[in-house]
Ligand binder design. Structure first.
Ligand code: NDP
Length: 249
């Protein structure tokens, strides 16, 4: 499934899941660019650390909530690596609170980062993919977009919206060699999740995962690499669950 030399852009590619997606995509032969938030002061260290591990990665600043910032980021990637052929919309945040406490600021932040970002980023690359007759857009949603989650009206709404966006755009570009898909991870063993106290993991989380463990970032990366491949050309508009059986659609 080698995609030697194709250009992939992963938003939030330095994050908990993003880093594994990034390294696995380089291993699979892609030329890789990642975005980082303009306020992220550790991006240069991360790029250097990746370089010392043999991963050559272009990092560009980008606030995925801002259209012009996305345009500028994609222009930099295009200039340095070539047109983006695979876009992984991975950047996301949570701001959990019950609906009673939910305010406009935390609603907007989550909707803008997890959902508006898909418009802002996909607008920069979709026409080019259609013109070239090949492209892949892979949107990272969440199991909680399908099943809802206590304290996550904002996140569940945004992540459900991700899949509505996916299906509609998939229809519009299907005849042009461009696929658009959603993946919906459950609990994945990133730092954020493994930081949950062991007793909470053991009593409240793992019993709801039939496979009996957290997912591995490598398993999520593997699914993304499949969706980016030639072999996945007939998969479009799908929402692929990767949750150990926690929620079966
Ligand atoms: P992290 O918090 O580790 O990473 C999130 C990434 O998003 C960071 O790299 C961050 O960049 C970036 N980001 C946040 N806000 C912005 C912004 N405004 N502009 C640009 N980049 C931004 O989260 P994960 O790696 O765990 O999550 C990745 C995706 O997977 C998210 O969409 C999340 O919802 C989804 N997901 C994760 C699960 C898990 O178990 N981990 C389960 C289900 C879904 P920076 O650090 O530079 O700010």
């Amino acid at each position: 499934m080698s995609q030697q030399g194709k250009v992939v852009l992963v938003t939030g590619g330095m994050g908990g899941l993003g880093e594994t997606i990034s390294t696995k995509m380089v291993d699979a032969g892609y030329k890789l660019a990642v975005t980082y938030s303009p306020g992220n002061k550790t991006h240069a260290d991360w790029v250097a650390q990746m370089g010392s591990r043999g991963y050559e990665i272009l990092a560009v600043p980008c606030d995925v909530t801002e259209y012009d910032s996305c345009a500028s980021a994609v222009a930099q990637v295009t200039q340095k690596l070539g047109p983006v052929e695979v876009l992984v919309n991975n950047a996301g945040i949570t701001r959990d609170m019950t609906f009673k406490k939910m305010d406009r600021i935390n609603w907007d932040a989550v909707l803008r980062t997890n959902l508006d970002s898909l418009f802002n980023m996909s607008k920069q690359v979709a026409d080019g993919m259609v013109d070239r007759g090949w492209g892949r857009i892979i949107n990272v949603s969440s199991v909680n977009g399908s099943k809802g989650a206590f304290g996550q009206t904002n996140y569940s709404a945004a992540k459900a919206g991700v899949h509505g966006f996916t299906k509609a755009l998939a229809l519009e570009v299907a005849k042009k060699g461009v696929t658009v898909n959603t993946i919906s991870p459950g609990y994945i063993g990133t730092k954020m999740v493994t930081a949950i106290p062991k007793e909470v993991l053991d009593s409240k989380i793992l019993p709801h995962i039939p496979v009996g463990r957290l997912g591995k970032p490598e398993e999520v990366a593997g699914l993304i690499i499949y969706l980016a491949s030639e072999e996945a050309a007939f998969v479009t508009g799908a929402n692929i669950a990767i949750n150990g059986g926690q929620h079966m659609q």
